[in-house]
Write a protein that binds this ligand. Structure first.
Ligand code: SAH
Length: 219
Protein backbone atom coordinates (compact mmCIF):
# COMPACT_ATOMS: atom_id res chain seq x y z
CA UNK A 1 0.00 0.00 0.00
CA UNK A 2 1.27 3.47 -0.80
CA UNK A 3 2.42 5.53 2.17
CA UNK A 4 -0.03 8.18 3.32
CA UNK A 5 0.88 11.50 1.71
CA UNK A 6 2.77 13.93 3.93
CA UNK A 7 0.70 16.67 5.51
CA UNK A 8 2.02 19.25 3.09
CA UNK A 9 0.94 17.11 0.11
CA UNK A 10 -2.55 16.99 1.56
CA UNK A 11 -2.43 20.73 2.07
CA UNK A 12 -1.37 21.29 -1.53
CA UNK A 13 -4.10 19.01 -2.84
CA UNK A 14 -6.66 20.90 -0.78
CA UNK A 15 -5.22 24.17 -2.10
CA UNK A 16 -5.76 23.01 -5.70
CA UNK A 17 -9.24 21.71 -4.92
CA UNK A 18 -10.26 24.97 -3.28
CA UNK A 19 -9.13 26.94 -6.36
CA UNK A 20 -11.02 24.59 -8.69
CA UNK A 21 -14.11 24.73 -6.52
CA UNK A 22 -14.09 28.51 -6.80
CA UNK A 23 -14.01 28.23 -10.58
CA UNK A 24 -10.35 28.43 -11.58
CA UNK A 25 -10.05 26.08 -14.56
CA UNK A 26 -7.00 27.18 -16.58
CA UNK A 27 -4.55 24.29 -16.25
CA UNK A 28 -1.45 26.45 -16.67
CA UNK A 29 -2.64 28.81 -13.91
CA UNK A 30 -3.43 25.89 -11.60
CA UNK A 31 0.02 24.41 -12.29
CA UNK A 32 1.75 27.72 -11.52
CA UNK A 33 -0.22 27.98 -8.26
CA UNK A 34 0.94 24.47 -7.41
CA UNK A 35 4.59 25.17 -8.24
CA UNK A 36 5.20 28.42 -6.38
CA UNK A 37 5.88 27.75 -2.67
CA UNK A 38 3.60 30.31 -1.01
CA UNK A 39 5.12 29.66 2.43
CA UNK A 40 8.31 31.48 1.27
CA UNK A 41 6.36 34.66 0.62
CA UNK A 42 4.36 35.10 3.82
CA UNK A 43 5.72 36.77 6.96
CA UNK A 44 7.45 34.51 9.48
CA UNK A 45 4.78 33.44 11.94
CA UNK A 46 2.21 33.01 9.18
CA UNK A 47 3.65 29.96 7.40
CA UNK A 48 0.98 27.76 9.02
CA UNK A 49 -1.70 29.76 7.20
CA UNK A 50 0.22 30.09 3.92
CA UNK A 51 -2.19 27.86 1.99
CA UNK A 52 -5.40 29.10 3.60
CA UNK A 53 -7.58 31.06 1.17
CA UNK A 54 -6.99 34.42 2.79
CA UNK A 55 -4.82 37.52 2.45
CA UNK A 56 -2.01 37.69 5.03
CA UNK A 57 0.02 40.57 6.44
CA UNK A 58 3.53 41.28 5.08
CA UNK A 59 6.00 44.05 6.00
CA UNK A 60 5.21 47.79 5.61
CA UNK A 61 1.54 47.29 6.57
CA UNK A 62 0.79 45.60 3.23
CA UNK A 63 -0.72 42.21 2.37
CA UNK A 64 -0.04 39.20 0.19
CA UNK A 65 -3.29 38.69 -1.72
CA UNK A 66 -5.65 35.79 -1.15
CA UNK A 67 -4.74 32.77 -3.37
CA UNK A 68 -8.12 32.72 -5.13
CA UNK A 69 -7.76 36.38 -6.12
CA UNK A 70 -4.19 35.80 -7.38
CA UNK A 71 -5.36 32.85 -9.49
CA UNK A 72 -8.49 34.68 -10.69
CA UNK A 73 -6.66 37.82 -11.84
CA UNK A 74 -3.96 35.71 -13.47
CA UNK A 75 -6.56 33.66 -15.33
CA UNK A 76 -8.31 36.82 -16.55
CA UNK A 77 -5.03 38.08 -18.04
CA UNK A 78 -5.05 35.29 -20.70
CA UNK A 79 -1.26 35.05 -20.59
CA UNK A 80 0.79 33.57 -23.40
CA UNK A 81 4.40 32.40 -23.02
CA UNK A 82 5.82 35.18 -25.21
CA UNK A 83 4.17 38.02 -23.24
CA UNK A 84 5.95 40.74 -21.28
CA UNK A 85 3.93 41.66 -18.21
CA UNK A 86 3.98 44.75 -16.02
CA UNK A 87 2.86 44.25 -12.43
CA UNK A 88 2.17 47.17 -10.10
CA UNK A 89 2.53 46.37 -6.39
CA UNK A 90 5.25 43.71 -5.95
CA UNK A 91 4.47 43.25 -2.24
CA UNK A 92 5.85 39.83 -1.29
CA UNK A 93 6.72 38.91 -4.90
CA UNK A 94 4.27 35.99 -4.90
CA UNK A 95 2.10 37.21 -7.76
CA UNK A 96 5.25 38.10 -9.73
CA UNK A 97 6.48 34.49 -9.32
CA UNK A 98 3.15 33.15 -10.61
CA UNK A 99 3.31 35.49 -13.62
CA UNK A 100 6.94 34.56 -14.27
CA UNK A 101 5.96 30.92 -14.77
CA UNK A 102 3.42 31.85 -17.44
CA UNK A 103 5.06 34.71 -19.36
CA UNK A 104 8.43 35.58 -20.88
CA UNK A 105 9.27 38.51 -18.65
CA UNK A 106 7.77 40.29 -15.65
CA UNK A 107 8.54 43.87 -14.65
CA UNK A 108 7.17 44.58 -11.18
CA UNK A 109 7.12 47.96 -9.41
CA UNK A 110 6.82 48.53 -5.66
CA UNK A 111 6.82 51.78 -3.66
CA UNK A 112 8.43 50.36 -0.48
CA UNK A 113 12.17 49.78 -0.69
CA UNK A 114 12.02 47.08 2.06
CA UNK A 115 9.51 45.04 0.05
CA UNK A 116 11.55 45.49 -3.15
CA UNK A 117 14.70 44.17 -1.46
CA UNK A 118 12.98 41.17 0.16
CA UNK A 119 11.04 40.19 -2.96
CA UNK A 120 14.16 40.46 -5.13
CA UNK A 121 16.14 38.26 -2.76
CA UNK A 122 13.36 35.70 -2.52
CA UNK A 123 12.88 35.39 -6.27
CA UNK A 124 16.63 35.09 -6.77
CA UNK A 125 16.83 32.30 -4.17
CA UNK A 126 13.97 30.48 -5.89
CA UNK A 127 15.81 30.73 -9.22
CA UNK A 128 13.65 33.21 -11.14
CA UNK A 129 15.68 34.99 -13.83
CA UNK A 130 12.83 36.64 -15.77
CA UNK A 131 11.55 39.08 -13.12
CA UNK A 132 12.77 42.67 -12.86
CA UNK A 133 11.72 44.45 -9.65
CA UNK A 134 11.90 48.22 -9.47
CA UNK A 135 11.42 50.66 -6.63
CA UNK A 136 9.18 53.51 -7.70
CA UNK A 137 5.72 54.83 -8.31
CA UNK A 138 3.81 52.19 -10.20
CA UNK A 139 1.15 54.71 -11.23
CA UNK A 140 3.73 56.02 -13.68
CA UNK A 141 4.45 52.51 -14.97
CA UNK A 142 7.76 51.79 -16.72
CA UNK A 143 7.67 53.95 -19.86
CA UNK A 144 11.23 53.00 -20.81
CA UNK A 145 10.23 49.31 -21.04
CA UNK A 146 6.76 49.78 -22.60
CA UNK A 147 4.68 48.59 -24.35
CA UNK A 148 3.51 45.57 -22.34
CA UNK A 149 1.17 42.90 -23.66
CA UNK A 150 -0.33 42.54 -20.20
CA UNK A 151 -0.59 44.77 -17.11
CA UNK A 152 -1.73 43.63 -13.67
CA UNK A 153 -2.29 46.04 -10.80
CA UNK A 154 -2.51 44.50 -7.31
CA UNK A 155 -3.52 47.61 -5.33
CA UNK A 156 -6.87 49.38 -5.71
CA UNK A 157 -7.01 52.58 -7.76
CA UNK A 158 -9.91 55.02 -7.60
CA UNK A 159 -9.55 55.55 -11.35
CA UNK A 160 -7.67 53.60 -13.98
CA UNK A 161 -4.18 55.20 -14.15
CA UNK A 162 -3.83 56.80 -17.60
CA UNK A 163 -0.07 56.23 -17.78
CA UNK A 164 -0.67 52.50 -17.57
CA UNK A 165 -3.28 52.54 -20.32
CA UNK A 166 -0.74 54.35 -22.51
CA UNK A 167 1.83 51.59 -21.86
CA UNK A 168 -0.49 48.77 -22.89
CA UNK A 169 0.30 47.25 -26.30
CA UNK A 170 -2.38 47.20 -28.99
CA UNK A 171 -4.56 44.16 -28.32
CA UNK A 172 -3.15 44.18 -24.77
CA UNK A 173 -5.11 43.45 -21.60
CA UNK A 174 -5.00 45.03 -18.17
CA UNK A 175 -6.59 43.62 -15.00
CA UNK A 176 -6.91 45.82 -11.92
CA UNK A 177 -9.05 46.48 -8.84
CA UNK A 178 -10.89 49.80 -9.12
CA UNK A 179 -12.96 51.57 -6.49
CA UNK A 180 -12.94 53.87 -3.47
CA UNK A 181 -10.63 53.07 -0.57
CA UNK A 182 -13.21 51.91 1.97
CA UNK A 183 -16.00 50.89 -0.35
CA UNK A 184 -16.83 48.34 -3.04
CA UNK A 185 -13.94 47.67 -5.38
CA UNK A 186 -14.28 45.61 -8.53
CA UNK A 187 -11.80 43.76 -10.65
CA UNK A 188 -11.88 45.52 -14.01
CA UNK A 189 -10.52 44.03 -17.20
CA UNK A 190 -9.57 46.42 -19.99
CA UNK A 191 -8.71 45.35 -23.52
CA UNK A 192 -7.01 47.75 -25.90
CA UNK A 193 -8.46 47.32 -29.36
CA UNK A 194 -6.14 47.56 -32.36
CA UNK A 195 -7.38 51.11 -33.03
CA UNK A 196 -6.65 52.07 -29.40
CA UNK A 197 -10.22 52.09 -28.05
CA UNK A 198 -10.73 50.34 -24.70
CA UNK A 199 -13.34 47.76 -23.83
CA UNK A 200 -14.13 47.47 -20.14
CA UNK A 201 -15.59 44.55 -18.21
CA UNK A 202 -16.43 44.68 -14.51
CA UNK A 203 -15.82 41.35 -12.82
CA UNK A 204 -15.99 40.31 -9.16
CA UNK A 205 -16.07 42.44 -5.98
CA UNK A 206 -12.77 42.50 -4.04
CA UNK A 207 -10.94 44.33 -1.26
CA UNK A 208 -7.37 45.49 -1.88
CA UNK A 209 -4.92 47.84 -0.15
CA UNK A 210 -4.92 51.22 -1.90
CA UNK A 211 -2.71 52.23 -4.80
CA UNK A 212 -0.93 55.25 -3.33
CA UNK A 213 0.83 57.97 -5.31
CA UNK A 214 4.61 58.35 -5.24
CA UNK A 215 7.41 56.23 -3.88
CA UNK A 216 7.12 55.59 -0.10
CA UNK A 217 9.25 58.05 1.93
CA UNK A 218 9.57 55.60 4.78
CA UNK A 219 11.39 52.34 4.05
N1 SAH B 1 1.17 41.43 -5.51
C1 SAH B 1 1.50 41.39 -4.11
C2 SAH B 1 0.41 41.95 -3.21
C3 SAH B 1 0.55 43.37 -3.14
S1 SAH B 1 -0.32 44.34 -1.98
C4 SAH B 1 1.89 40.00 -3.65
O1 SAH B 1 1.80 39.05 -4.44
O2 SAH B 1 2.32 39.86 -2.51
C5 SAH B 1 -0.20 45.84 -2.89
C6 SAH B 1 1.19 46.43 -3.00
O3 SAH B 1 1.09 47.57 -3.82
C7 SAH B 1 1.76 46.90 -1.67
O4 SAH B 1 3.00 46.29 -1.43
C8 SAH B 1 1.90 48.41 -1.85
O5 SAH B 1 3.03 48.97 -1.21
C9 SAH B 1 2.02 48.51 -3.36
N2 SAH B 1 1.69 49.83 -3.92
C10 SAH B 1 0.67 50.66 -3.60
N3 SAH B 1 0.70 51.77 -4.37
C11 SAH B 1 1.77 51.63 -5.20
C12 SAH B 1 2.35 52.44 -6.24
N4 SAH B 1 1.85 53.62 -6.58
N5 SAH B 1 3.45 51.98 -6.85
C13 SAH B 1 4.00 50.78 -6.55
N6 SAH B 1 3.51 49.97 -5.59
C14 SAH B 1 2.40 50.39 -4.93
Amino acid sequence: MAAAPAADDVERMEFQLALRRRGISDQAVLRAMDEVPREYFVAPGFTESAYADQALPIACGQTISQPFVVAYMTEKLDLEPQHRVLEIGTGSGYQAAILARLAREVVSIERYRTLVDTARERLKTLGYTNVVIRAGDGMAGAPDLAPFERILVTAAAEEVPEALVAQLAEGGKMVLPVGPRHDAQYIVKLTKQPAGALTREELIAVRFVPLLPGQAREL
